[in-house]
Design a protein around this ligand. Sequence first.
Ligand SMILES: [Zn+2]
Ligand SMILES: [Zn+2]
Length: 914
Amino acid sequence: MDDIRQQATGGGGGNGDEPSSINKSTIHNAETYQRSYNHLINEQADDDIFHKTFESKAKSNESDQIDNKDDIVDDNDDQRKKTGLIYYDDCIEHYCLWDDNYEENPRRYLRTMERLFEQGLLDECLRLKPRKANENEIQLVHSSEYIRRIEQICSLMDPEQLEQESSKFDAVYFTPSSYDCALYASGSVLELCDSLMSGRIRNGMAIVRPPGHHAMNSEACGYCIFNNVAIAARYCQEKYHLKRILIIDWDVHHGQATQQTFYKDPNVFYVSIHRYEQGSFWPELIESNYNFCGESSGRGFNMNIPLNQTGLTDTDYLSIWHNLLLPVFYEFDPELILVSAGYDSAIGCPEGEMLLTPAVYSHFTHYLMGLADGKLGIILEGGYCIESLADSVVCTVQTLIGQPPIPLNMKYPINQSVIESILNVITVHQSNWSSLCIQKTFDRHDPHIDDIEEQAIRKRHYPTLEYCGLVDLLDKRPETYPTRDCYPKHSEEDGKKLQKIIEILRQNIQEKTIHYDQNRRTCLIRSSDQSNRHSAPQTHPERPNRIRYLWRLLKTEKILDKCFVLNNNDNNRLVTDQELTSCHSMDAIEKISRTKQMDYKELREYEQQFDSIYFTQDSFLVAKSSIGSLLKVVDCVLRNECLNGFACIRPPGHHAKRSEPAGFCLFNQIAIAARYALEKYRLRRILIVDWDIHHGDGTQDIVADDERILFISLHRYDNGDFYPENIQASNYRTGKRNIINIPWSNGQMGDREYLTAFFNIVMPVAYNFNPELVLVSSGFDAAENDPIGDYHLTPAVYGHMTHLLCSLANGKIILSLEGGYHLRSIANSALECIRVLLGETPKSLSSSSSKSTTTTLINNDDDDNNNNNGDDQNQKQWKLDTNAIDTIRNVIDYHSDYWPCFVFNVDLAKNTID
Ligand SMILES: [Zn+2]
Ligand SMILES: [Zn+2]
């Protein structure tokens, strides 16, 4: 680690004699910036190397074009890679011969396809050719005797006989076509997987029936004949040697058969969210409860999230995603994700009796698209309210093709029984997943547990286990199961009410769906050419090269070609005085404008009055033009001309206070942009996230009393020793609901710390706040190699943070450059952010992280050697700095009075479950 730190800070004392050569007048009193000057001497040389790298890269690209035309074509194909859709019209031959109203019926398929067609989504996707699975493939999960038996049953032609055979299984019907349909369903999912793995498609969905997740090794069950998803996971393990497959099952029923298949397998992580009601909901199994975590080397790789109440909402489900699923999914780092996508928790489904809106599935889907290099296959399972099923599939597919998630109407408080379920799961899985580290534990048998006062007032959670089902209490299964009327139905009146609500939700989706031109998804702007004239007389970290290098990389990587590039070179958009006064005092404006008339000597003297500021005669104009550029981006996004944007501008802004410039910042661009959007576009809520390593104290100063703005800053604090060295203002005790500081102390933070803060703080509170626009003060000085920051965030994690935020505000997000002083790191990090804004998949964290303490992947081939193998490796993989954990806990605790989303900082009783 020490080596890494030294590298990042530019080595040991080798440059100790250099600062004398630097004009001290540009440094001023912020000692923390001093180090950068030592480093800069190195970096200047570094710049030249970078320059050469660019040139050689550009050259090699040119020669590629000449020598290797095929590669280029492939490259282009890659960019246009589509979402795959696979469906099989003849699946409508599988229907219940003796009950037209049977829940699992062809209308589910027909209406879903009709809605996809109406929304133009079929044209947007690549249709894959359905195929039958062969017997070997089915045998990956099912016994050959069982396959024979199903084939034989389906060879019967007499409905009475078919019904009789069906009655031997729990909730299953057979027709003469069922065997073939089931083979097509499974085979089509395999085709989807092959297309994903070969890179033919970007991601995809299989709209198949019969569903699969209840089909066990030798038993059809719950409308399922062959277990499509389980077969696909086994198939990918064998064919592609995958070691980490994630199956997320959001069908409202527990996929007990999938659990059984992989219960001892550490290479397939099965996660199910299901209605349970203490075991009284079908399939009423004890094994569906949260304490079933997998066995032997598969321990930890089975996660059940049982829900013990009905009527749960988007808010409840998203709290599961933020506080539980996202951490473990990122820690698991899957190579492929398969979703058992039942839509029976969608509103109106008589099975689920939940209240999820179709739109929420776009959020689930969006989150998953950030993982596994985008290799995401969504496979239809249940869903029996035909209209909400169809709309939910539409939302899912829209998201797969790159539409932003539809904004939700979140309702608080979070359901208490869901909070308990989440805490139960965390209690049993904390030892398996070190990403679940926010909750402290206590020993309930410790006689001194209440001795310390502070402990006594902490909220405690005692997990309990309850089972009220019948099935597992009866010794034997019934001889026959009912085959008719064996499913719940709404009363006519309820049905009508629900249809009305679904209709309203549909209109809402229709209104919110943004139709943007693919070539104008992301707009970019850079500071005008004249911004070069704002530079320090001597080498200074905040210098014009920062933008030049970034822009060059965007060009070489052909990112500029994909963006809608605005420019402000003629300075035709300067921020107006009126716009400036929305955030700054006249005095502050005056202080800066007077530098226009100063000569060199006067400027040098004048600078001394300020904290870390330099001026040239052009500084005022440059600042005004840069902010004008950002406002152009705001206009572009809020007029729906583009979906999102990135402003590569300087000087930065977030230290500029209402009455005074500071810390390289003249005017506070992000605050001005926020006020501008609020006023001009009559927005009501804007989220500002500031991930520059320094606290955006200026932004906080300006927006603290403006409840329309939620300001969240993640910054290095070091107990007040890090710039801006304000012990009070930069701490988490902000005294304001709308100011959330996440102040890191005493550690060198990296990807995991930032992501954990996102999962547990930023995302929950952002959804709670429900912004109409997200602005990011996007400094890259927490990036690896930065001479000032000394943290080690990888470029990839900036992409992931961007991706997470893209789930908000209907995708309207604007990043604006703040700090960042290592040219390559700025360029690489910004590049990742812009790629993600363009809708591309964030880079995998494990492959990109060069500085990560371990790149060991979970690999439990040697199953039997060590039962804890997986656990140990996981812990190594996602070990957080303990100071960071404390910081996150403090922030959650402090803000839990303000925000109802913060209910998970509870101490967990360890070891025993009653
Ligand atoms: Zn279901
Ligand atoms: Zn900074």
